[in-house]
Design a protein around this ligand. Structure first.
Ligand code: MV4
Length: 506
């Protein structure tokens, strides 16, 4: 096993990896940018080294700077986390070339899944179900029209170098297809430096369901079941759960088998995820993520397996210590991504200083947080503050615990999407499990009022907790928002006479 690991990432995932290392008796090395000098991951790690200015290209994407620290700190391996350099085959190769182990899959597997056309070709050969369409680049318009007619409109034109939703446009007829192809090529060239596009049947109301894989470097591969990831906005996932509300044992077996075929086809050898679109009883390969994912937590809760520890053990050359029959799925888990953003203002990021922080806890609650009170959410990176995960014996209990935990969670100083989550967790179709990838856009008008109500409650808390203003109207607003506990507590601390009478709770 490794003696020391460098974590080439920041925030909650850096902390998640530190925790896995500590449990395995491994020392940890953090790296940080100018913006993260006082971040929690730096504070927690056994050692921490500055790698450059705040913008990611100068720090967390700076391969030379990271390898220089790896040498200086004498680490054995590097974990890339997610985002940044996690799916960059050049980085994985450079890490190995410099003599360190890369805690992730072999670089060829990363590279093979980087091109979406190439991924489709491999999966077709492996017998993984694909969305009808071309597995070749679109050369000219006539060819595209021919394919579109044979699979039927609507169709979608996608960038081969894309992924995660970038460079996708839908056409409902021939005229639209003409316009879309040229613009898709231009967008693909500008965004990825590669104008290659391909065409697929457009599924109008799919669910996004993915399968977690674990594969070792000895040819063993298993799946850890499914996750439902349909609650997203502009390709940013907001809520994930395991299992999917529509999952049956039979469907999980079929999807798991398809995912294992996908993994075997590229000699996969780490934790990875195969994404599927599901519609009308059928599922289709979408893409494969060759990294640890944000939402791995919900799978950990229902399987009892520590996926990050497994990744590290696999990279150290260990064999998987269980096979498929040993994997049991128990209960239900939900994850809410807590972001510093303003849901009522187009979800714009809201970086800033957290003035007051109170984390939820209690039965069935897990909080993977990158912050503590006084922390700064920098404007340079994604605005994820933490991941709140609840577990229950069934979905109903997981939802009840999430609603309760969101109510306990206090973050003062930056706007957060907690009010959004509270609104969704009370919405009828979400509760019924009636969701697809369009849920947030379709339901937003219905959710607005409730988001606003919970924002007001949060705002009252702000005035009560941080300013300690006891203007009568504010206190009454706060009390009506259910905050009398805080007020009475602060009033007592300040030795002041409360402007209103509190009921004695006996
Ligand atoms: C699709 C699709 C419908 N039909 N492909 C978006 C992310 C990118 N990797 C693939 N995506 C989609 N591909 C066909 N043929 C709908 C989406 C899609 C989506 C997929 C997963 C999760 C959220 C999504 C949101 C919008 C569109």
């Amino acid at each position: 096993m490794f003696n020391k690991v460098l974590i080439a990432n920041r925030g909650e995932i850096a902390i998640r990896i530190i925790r896995a290392c500590w449990e395995l008796g491994i020392k940890t090395v953090a790296v940080y940018s100018e913006a993260d000098k006082r971040s929690l991951h730096v504070n927690l790690a056994d050692e921490a080294y500055y790698i450059g200015p705040a913008p990611a290209p100068k720090s967390y994407l700076n391969i030379d700077a990271i390898l220089h620290i790896a040498e200086k700190a004498k680490v054995d391996a590097i974990h890339p986390g997610y985002g940044f350099l996690a799916e960059n085959p050049k980085f994985a190769r450079a890490v190995k070339k410099a003599g360190f182990e890369f805690i992730g899959p072999n670089p060829n597997a990363i590279e093979a899944m980087g091109s979406k056309i190439n991924a489709k070709k491999i999966m077709k050969k492996a017998g993984v179900p694909l969305i009808p369409g071309s597995d070749k680049p679109i050369e000219d318009l006539d060819e595209a029209i021919e394919i579109a007619k044979s699979i039927g409109f609507p169709v979608v034109v996608k960038a081969s170098a894309g992924g995660g939703g970038m460079g996708m446009s839908v056409a409902y007829n021939e005229e639209e297809l003409k316009e879309v192809i040229e613009s898709a090529k231009t967008i693909a060239q500008n965004a990825f430096g590669d104008p290659t596009v391909f065409i697929e049947k457009y599924l109008e109301n799919p669910r996004h369901i993915e399968i977690q894989l674990l594969a070792d470097r000895h040819g063993n591969i298993i799946h850890l079941g499914d996750r439902e990831c349909s609650i997203q906005r502009r390709h940013q996932k907001l809520i994930e759960e395991a299992p999917s509300p529509i999952m049956t044992e039979e469907l999980r077996e079929r999807m798991g088998e398809a995912a294992i075929k996908a993994g075997k086809a590229i000699n996969y050898d780490s934790a990875g995820t195969v994404e599927f679109l599901y519609q009308d009883g059928n599922f289709y390969f979408l893409e494969m993520n060759t990294r640890i994912q944000v939402e791995h937590t919900v799978t950990e809760m229902i399987t009892g397996i520590d996926i990050v520890k497994e990744m590290i053990k696999i990279a150290a050359g260990e064999e998987l210590s269980y096979n498929q029959e040993d994997i049991e799925f128990k209960g239900h888990a939900i994850e809410c991504r807590i972001n510093a953003e303003d849901p009522l203002n187009e979800f714009v990021p809201c970086p800033g200083k957290i003035k007051l922080y109170r984390s939820p806890g209690g039965p069935g609650v897990r909080l993977d947080s990158g912050v503590c009170g006084g922390a700064e959410i920098p404007p340079y990176y994604d605005p994820l503050i933490s991941k709140l995960i609840t577990y229950g014996r069934d979905r109903k209990e997981a939802i009840a615990r999430m609603r309760r935990a969101l109510k306990e969670y206090v973050i003062v100083g930056v706007k957060t999407n907690i009010p959004f989550h509270r609104a969704v967790l009370e919405e009828e179709d979400f509760i019924k499990g009636n969701i697809n990838t369009h849920y947030v856009e379709n339901k937003f008008d219905k959710l607005k009022d409730k988001i606003y109500k919970y924002e007001l409650e949060a705002r009252d808390l702000y005035s009560v907790l941080s300013e300690r203003v006891f203007e009568k109207s504010k206190v009454i607003a706060a009390v009506s928002g259910g905050l009398s506990m805080y007020i009475s507590q602060i009033v007592r601390e300040n030795g002041e006479e409360s402007p209103i009478k509190f009921k004695e709770n006996k």
